[in-house]
Every structure is written in C-alpha cells, then in structure tokens.
Design a protein around this ligand. Sequence first.
Ligand code: KG4
Ligand code: ZN
Length: 358
Amino acid sequence: MRVLGIETSCDETAAAIVERDEGDKAHILSNIVWSQIEDHIPYGGVVPEIAARAHVEILDGLVKRALEEANTGLQDIDAIAATGGPGLIGGLIVGLMTAKALALAANKPFIAVNHLEGHALTAKLTNNLDYPYLLLLVSGGHTQVILVKGLGDYQRLGTTIDDALGEAFDKTAKLLGLPYPGGPIIEKLAAQGDNQRIELPRPLKGEKRLDFSFSGLKTAVRQIALEMAPLSDKDIADIAACFELAVTDTLSDRVERSLAVFKNEYPDKEASLVVAGGVASNKDIRNCLQQLCDAHGFRFIAPPIGLCTDNAAMIAYAGLQHFIHGDYSSFDIAPRSRWPLDEQSSPLIGAGRRGAKA
Ligand code: KG4
Ligand code: ZN
C-alpha cells in the first residue's frame, strides 16, 4: 500500500511516498522538501503571495522526483493525500488542486489531511508508539499540548494565549537585529552568552491552567534592549542566553502540568511525550523536555529534525491511516486556513494570530 503526500501549507514545498508493508509497518520511500526560505528572508517573514507562486513553480517537478526516488509510478500509488489546512490559502490551493488533478487522472482516492494531524502522527511512523500519548507542537504558528487518543481523536489540553513559541524566537531575533528565522541564530548565540545576566519574566509560570504565553517575554526583551542600546555582540549573546533560559524554564513548568493530567487520566498506560514543529530542533529545549520526562516517568520521543519540521512524509503517513479506514475526501473539499485538531476547543483570544504557519 503506497500513498503520495503533498505539503504546501507554508514555505516548504514537499512531496513524499510512504508505504505500508505486509507486516503493517510504514516506511518512507522518498521524502523531498524544498525550502523557500531564501525567497522570504529579505522580507523578514513568509510572504503568502511569494509562497504560493513558488509552490506552483516547483510542485510538479517535486512530485515527479518523489515518484522516481521511490522507484514507483503513479499507477502503483494507492491514494493521493495533500494538506487541506491549516495554512496559507494560496499554498493550500496549489497542493490540493495538484493532488485532486493527479487523483482524477489516475483514478485514485484523494485525501485532504490536517497538517497538525500530520505532525501529531509522525512519531507513530518513526517509533513504536501506541495511543494514547501527549504531543507538544511548537512551531512558528502553534504552541499546543494535544492529547492524542487515537486516529481522529484529539483533545487540546493547552495552547498559547498570544504568540507561538517560534514566533517569539523570530520576534526576539528581529528586536536584536538578527535575521529571520530567529530560532537557529538565537540558539547559536545563546550557547555563547551569560544566561544569568538579566532576569526575564516566566509568563504563566506556576498557574494551574495548561496554556502558554510568550508575548510578555518578547516585550521584556524589547525593554531591556532599549535600555542597553547600543548593543554589543556580547550584549546580544547574553540576551539570547537569558531568553532561552526563560523559554525552557517556562516550557518545563507548563508541560509538567499536562504530564500530570495524562498520568491522572491514564494511570496504567505507558506514558509518552512526543515533540514536533520547527522549535523542536532546539537542543536546549529537547534537553529540558528529556529531563522533565525522566523526572516523571515519561518516554520522550523526538522524531528526527527533518520530520519535526514541515514535510510531506507526515502528510502521506496520515493519509495512509485514513486510507486504511476507507476515509476519503470529496473532490469539492475546500482549503481551510483554520482547522483545529480538536474542533471542540474554542480558539483563545490572540492565539495563532499568524494563523498561517503551522
Ligand atoms: O515547523 P516550522 O519549520 O514551520 C512552521 O512554523 O510551520 O517552524 C519554524 C519555526 C520558526 O519560528 C523558527 O524560528 C523556529 O521554528 N525554529 C527554532 C529553531 N529552528 C527553527 N526555534 C528555536 N530553536 C531552533 N533551533
Ligand atoms: Zn508544521
């Protein structure tokens, strides 16, 4: 059983083939990701029109390459899956229309996949993992803890009430005169800085609710940067180090509460925490989550970085799960800029404002 997956929800154009073998195990046959980041760097963030145009230009060739690398043809594919949302509408239209056209031409089922579900299920592709488990999704557009109970059964425990964590890294970098995307450069500079030099706030730390908040942290950095201006290279590295310490400290406190909720709900089950999203590339963040899991008897699962960030293998894998259950999409399905995994949970004021990035 083979599924072609297509991902175009933000600034990565991606195509992949995932196969399920006779023993019920899934394998990635090909996984091609084309990052458009160079096109967006001059603007300090993702420009939707540029993203959509770039998807149109390269998606056909990428699908062809994914089929070639998997040593397969369209006739040997069982279903075609594409991200249906959440994301930037222009990009989503490109991926969905391409997938629908291929499915119609080759007479295959078409499946529109929720991008967040792709992230949520990735760890089942890379690791031997049973439901239920906890997912911490930390990307440029989302900061959520989701209880993954089964395929299509998701409960959001906590989410950001303002900025997403990746967004906080990006905005902090901008304040410090550093380029987009901010995460990798802040991580690099933080390793050289003094994380004890400035006291930064830990938003919501100690509060009972399971949500996150990062905008106060960014505002505090702005204040300090103004007071210290002009900033030397050492000042910037010290601020980056203090910012990262505040982030890991806050994240540990917030996630710890969700671990307790899981243990309370499933006292007899194996407990696992999975991390996904671009921010999961950060080593300090991975280490702090590992320590937290060790302290609470949780298994910590961090898929390889290339599968934590946006890719099409996760879309093909989620599509495969739906295909197995005969759960196909209609050809008249429309892209959704907002598509919460947990449709029951109401959006929080200000959360996911950028909305486009997942
Ligand atoms: O999941 P992703 O690749 O794209 C979407 O948001 O859809 O995540 C990108 C985000 C950016 O905000 C970027 O600054 C952040 O992930 N990021 C990092 C690191 N690498 C990427 N944040 C902290 N540390 C990193 N090493
Ligand atoms: Zn994503």
